[in-house]
Design a protein around this ligand. Structure first.
Ligand code: PHB
Length: 391
């Protein structure tokens, strides 16, 4: 009888919507081993920093993060991992996703699973159009590459050779640069798409020299490919051949700058985040994220995408009172604006992508000998121009 009374009380409480202390699980997919492990480590540092600064609870609910390793772009595996997180682990939110093909592969699961996806890195414009439950806190290649085309024209560059990794964000970077550059009267004289597995970039450097271009615009996914490309640019005498290097900030992530060395000084890139960004919010973030990552020199941009991603997830949990309601969660963050470590940001209600400042930066050396990306110009409140080109 007593049991029956207890059960009735629980059911009555449930019916009245009384708050129970729940554990809300967040499944984070990223490269935590293999060649891109440092990028995944940055996801974790950003998440740890957020939870250290804002606590592990939202209302009466406790947030638990479950990490799943996906070392490289592997859509089939990404889908399987996402499915397992939803079905076996019972996650209420999916997050992370370093590579575009992995994020794309998981989007068809969201509606049926009643789970929002918060993309902390993958940067192809089209991803957010694949599901109304996808929200992005990183950047897009269109957002970062278009301002670089403007800078190139402003600096009098007329002819450019482009080289990008042959997958969706590379195609976006190439199209964004070419479209913007040519609309301003410049000419892309040759465009090369490099297989993801390319490690010898010397033939590309030779082709760029032979093309008669004054500058080389490049995009590869941050990690070993970008460092390899930068080294090859330096070793093949491109500077001496008077070829200017142009790229989004993926090519000069802070963790690569010591290995790029003095030859990288003065290189211009456009990006949404520099570790050196001057603001109280970034100071607090960098301190917490460096503590989380252990080695301060390893801190890089995926950490800020993850930090802001957690901010969005916390607001979603708040709005739903911890209940699993993906639509309500996503609705609640449309138009959300806050001061990120990168600067002011807001979630565009129509696209669910972040509107943010894009900065022109120059690789510089501090008094203590460390290299950093120095912000020298701001393109304010940039939406994603790439959405207009999604087929
Ligand atoms: C992506 O696959 O979307 C991606 C990966 C690494 C980057 C940028 C974009 O640096």
């Amino acid at each position: 009888m007593q049991r029956l009374i207890a059960l009735t009380a629980i059911l009555a409480a449930l019916g009245s919507g009384a708050a129970f202390a729940n554990t809300i699980k967040v499944g984070v997919v990223g490269p935590f081993s293999g060649p891109f492990a440092l990028q995944g480590k940055n996801f974790q540092a950003g998440i740890d920093a957020y939870m250290a600064m804002h606590g592990k609870t939202v209302g009466s609910d406790t947030v638990e993060v479950i990490y799943r390793d996906l070392p490289t772009a592997d859509p089939a595996k990404a889908k399987a991992i996402a499915q397992e997180l939803v079905v076996s682990d019972g996650v209420q939110y999916l997050a992370g996703f370093y590579f575009t093909p992995d994020a794309m592969a998981a989007t068809p699961l969201l509606e049926q699973a009643n789970v929002p996806m918060v993309i902390m890195n993958a940067a192809t414009s089209a991803i957010v159009t694949k599901s109304p439950l996808a929200v992005r806190t990183s950047f897009t290649l269109w957002q970062t590459s278009s301002p670089m085309a403007k800078v190139a024209r402003e600096r009098g560059i007329g002819k450019v050779f482009t080289a990008v990794s042959d997958y969706a964000p590379g195609v976006d970077a190439e199209t964004a640069f070419k479209t913007t550059f040519e609309s301003l009267g410049g000419k892309v004289v040759e465009s090369v798409r490099m297989p993801m597995s390319t490690t010898d970039f010397s033939p590309i450097m030779q082709r760029a020299k032979d093309s008669g271009a004054e500058a080389l615009f490049a995009f590869l996914p941050s990690g070993p490919p970008t460092l390899g490309f930068m080294k090859s640019f330096n070793e093949n005498g491109m500077k001496q051949a008077n070829i200017t290097f142009l790229a989004p900030g993926d090519l000069t992530q802070e963790s690569d700058l010591p290995a790029i060395g003095d030859t990288g000084l003065g290189v211009l890139t456009t990006f949404h985040y520099a570790v050196s960004h001057e603001s109280p919010e970034n100071k607090a973030f960098v301190e917490a994220a460096r503590k989380a990552i252990g080695n301060p020199a390893e801190l890089s941009f995926p950490a800020v995408g993850a930090f802001d991603g957690m901010h969005v997830i916390y607001r979603m949990i708040e709005a739903t009172g911890g209940k699993q309601d993906a639509r309500k969660a996503v609705e609640a963050v449309k138009g959300l604006a806050w001061e990120s470590p990168r600067g002011p940001v807001s979630i565009d209600p129509a696209s669910r992508h972040l509107t943010q400042n894009i900065y022109l930066r120059e690789v510089a050396k501090a008094a203590d000998g460390t290299f950093y990306n120095k912000e020298i110009q701001t393109f304010e409140k940039q939406p994603d121009p790439g959405l207009a080109y999604v087929k």
